[in-house]
Design a binder for this molecule. Structure first.
Ligand SMILES: [Zn+2]
Length: 423
């Protein structure tokens, strides 16, 4: 029997609240939590005095670049980066090359992912070949291991949206959409004001807002839809209203949309180029409000690693996207919790309980006995700068050099410490 007792910590459980004490992990599950638990024979001990213990953080939006762009990231390096970032489970996006659109391909990668230090789940292409026309064979992809369906990187096609929603709902898996009207995006590279500074075409906010409104109406008529990487006040307002009406829609944002605005963009640095783009300050504030008031359900990294030589092409030529697995937790702790904008329990909902619910991970997202022993242990006092070199194979982050407080101290998956900060 493998036993681990984590002692003297602050336990943050979205179901039962906060308490000080110990937590005992036995054979991959949470056995008990409470004040001063006795030490069973043969049990390892982790003294977590001063540390916060959360149910393992789940990042529901990760690009691991396999197959097709292994020089930017692999399953292995993504999993190691996740562990180093305090993330215990990741959901991979299917916009690989070839796309994760065939059951045999998915089965192959899902088998490899079982050996990795964190839980790696796969989403599969919602449309056949991720070509944006008719639906994939969603049932076959589910049998091959898919946990969700999305065409992330592309927007779900209007012509197949109702059918996709109904089919995903019938299979009991979430349908995720990258809400973007590409006919409005055109060749845009940044928000209109930032693009003017760059002398390049802009991406109008309507590109996101129209797609969000379309998805919300489709959800009201047909069933659940999860909106990925929301970045606008208009999106947050629409989602808030939809929830008031009881419509089955959930929403996600990413740390860059509450931490950065278009004003922060360094015009020579394509590490500020992502989709959706950084927005005006009023949108950043609206995203923060939507995180605090419960409108936003999930914070995910949208970890999008790219080789340095590609990001060196500048705003006009570089691909969209930034890395995020190793900065998700400290940005959320430093900027949301330690500033008093949200409580630790709300953070546990955003990073643990809600993504677990979205992905149907019934045994995750809580510290209750019987749940999987996946834990994220945070040191609220640790202060360091975001490093220039990440565990991830890529380091295309706009946050390099930023001092943050509240880094992960250890990551526990299935009752085992898979990563620990060097003190
Ligand atoms: Zn996307």
């Amino acid at each position: 029997m493998s036993l681990l007792l984590i002692k003297n910590c602050l336990l943050v459980d979205p179901l039962s609240g906060e308490s000080r004490g110990d937590i005992l992990l036995a054979d991959g599950l949470i056995a008990r939590a409470g004040p001063r638990l006795p030490l069973p024979p043969g049990c390892s001990v982790f003294d977590a005095a001063g540390l916060w213990v959360f149910p393992g953080f789940i990042d529901a939006h990760v690009h691991a670049r396999e197959p097709g762009a292994e020089r930017a990231e692999t399953l292995e390096t993504a999993a190691l980066a996740a562990a180093a970032g305090g993330i215990t489970s990741i959901l991979l996006m299917p916009n690989t090359s070839p796309p994760m659109a065939k059951p045999a391909l998915l089965r192959n990668y899902a088998a490899r992912a079982k050996k990795l230090p964190v839980n790696v789940y796969f989403s599969a292409a919602a449309t056949a070949g991720r070509a944006g026309k008719g639906p994939s064979d969603l049932a076959a992809l589910k049998r091959a291991g898919a946990r969700a369906f999305t065409d992330d990187g592309s927007c779900l096609p209007s012509g197949a949206l109702a059918e996709l929603i109904k089919k995903a709902a019938a299979l009991g898996l979430p349908l995720l959409d990258h809400p973007e009207d590409f006919s409005l995006t055109g060749a845009g590279v940044a928000s209109p004001a930032a693009a003017r500074r760059l002398g390049l075409p802009g991406i109008p906010p309507e590109a996101e807002a129209f797609a969000v409104l379309r998805d919300i109406l489709a959800a009201a008529a047909n069933g659940p839809v999860h909106l990925q990487h929301l970045s606008l006040a208009a999106s947050a307002g629409a989602l808030r209203q939809a929830k008031k009406l009881g419509w089955p829609v959930t929403g996600e944002t990413c740390p860059h949309y509450f931490e950065l605005s278009e004003r922060d963009i360094k015009i020579n640095d394509a590490n500020f180029k992502m989709k959706p783009p950084l927005r005006p300050e009023a949108d950043r504030r609206a995203v923060l409000r939507a995180i605090a008031d419960g409108t936003i359900d999930v914070i995910a990294s949208d970890h999008a690693p790219h080789e340095r030589r590609l990001k060196a092409k500048g705003f006009a030529g570089a691909p969209f996207g930034i890395t995020g697995l190793e900065t998700l937790a400290p940005l959320c702790v430093a900027r949301l919790v330690l500033t008093g904008k949200i409580s630790r329990l709300r953070l546990a909902q955003l990073l643990s309980a809600n993504p677990a619910k979205l992905l149907g991970l019934k045994n995750k997202g809580s510290l209750r006995p019987g749940c999987d022993a996946d834990l994220t242990i945070i040191d609220p006092l640790s202060l360091k700068r975001v490093p220039a070199k990440f565990v991830s194979r890529s380091s295309n982050s706009p946050f390099v050099g930023l001092p943050l407080r509240g880094w992960p101290a250890a990551t526990v998956v299935g009752g085992k410490i898979v990563w620990r900060a060097i003190c």
